[in-house]
Ligand binder design. Sequence first.
Ligand code: ZN
Length: 496
Amino acid sequence: MSHSNSSTSLRHTLWLVLAVFCLTACDSGSNGTDAPYYYVRPEGDIETIPASGITTTIPIETNMVFSVSCDAPWLKVVKTNLVIIEITAEPNPSREERKAIVTLSGEDKKSYIELTQEGVRLSFQQGGSMDVAARGSKHSVNVACNIGYVVESNASWLIVERTDAAETFNLYVSPADSQSARTGTITISGNSCTDELTVTQAGYGPDPLGLCPGDNHPHAVDMGIGVMFACCNVGADTPADYGDYFAWGETVPKSTYTIQNYKWCNGNTWSYTKYNSWSSEGTVDNLTHLEAADDAAHVNWGGDWRMPEHTDMALLIDNGTWELTSIGGQNGYLVTADNSNRLFLPAAGYRDGARLSAVGSRGIYLNASLSGNGASWASILYLKLIEASHTIDGCSREVGMSVRPARGTAIPYLRPAASELEIGASAYTRGFSVVTNVDFTVSTDATWLTVTKTTASSVNISATANTSTSARTAIVTFSGNGVTAILTVVQAGVGS
Ligand SMILES: [Zn+2]
């Protein structure tokens, strides 16, 4: 208390001295009409100091020597010459604006400059939360800011990329990796201020790859080969679902799949009652192709849906890009057509007896015909994921298998079992198969080779013995419905 009193009285004394000095100086003015006048004041307007801080100068109008001081620790003020002061403001660490008073003192005059520094503005324009779709996406995120800032993500599936514009950055969202929603946080920070954006991504739904235009499956997918394939299996609610399993020629799923309970035999593989061409295997009806009433696609879905022909599947194999893909842990093949349309074929495994086997590693998709090697074998599309293979094959017809319906008419398809055949010098006669959906004709350019069509999908090839020591070559041409395929037959020479 006593110290305070003494300092107050000292200041009073000084003021008194200064006032006297000033009066004396004024009295010695030039013409005596106007009292001499000292002044010190900033020249022009004083602008608001930006939140990011600044170093700048303020010109001072004055006719005397002055000194400067400031009441705020965040603002440094120095006199750089007689009429200029330089101020350096630190960045404002707060969202509140703040003020500083700069005092100019000289002679008996004091003048005050009130400086205002704006508070920090740093926030996401859209507010603190954002919902994004399960699919991968890119977003332009707007930031309201008056300072520089850094932006960070706490999630590997949220990637930020700055742009040239301070008010905007790009946000890349990876596709959802599960059926559950997930959240991540984007933080912007600068001048000790932060703002957060919580991004919530939906878990993927029934169609995470966006294969279909809606949830009203099934859709018919145009794969550019005439025939349309359904987006999902019979019995499936979504493209990734496994759906039901059917024995070939049955239209109702069962709990067990055995030869004993197979619809079209009397309990064993030598007693087929339908779809049999071999007398040793049961009743011969020479049917090799399912009738509509035994077609699981047609019976379950109606309309013109049907089980695919093996040539429909062959076209899909030849004309699509096949990639192993997993949708939410459901492995399968994603088939992409030249027209960019896509099908997902899950590796649904198969049912043998009461067991469901090879789920996730194999897919067996039924075709509408027998495979041609006896009555026991149905034609299938066989997906073997471990071997990364997808081929037309055969499977016992009583096994429970997947059905992917098709509809419409496939483009013409004609493919010999091989493009080249090498035979010995001696006389030769053998059957040769053609995978085709056209009524083809066959011809050869060599008199020593005879090719005769035997069925809709096979020919008989006969060569006379080659008596020359030189090998000889014949070209066999298959054609029908505007498509042509070539088989080159090379017969070895004698003794070679
Ligand atoms: Zn669909």
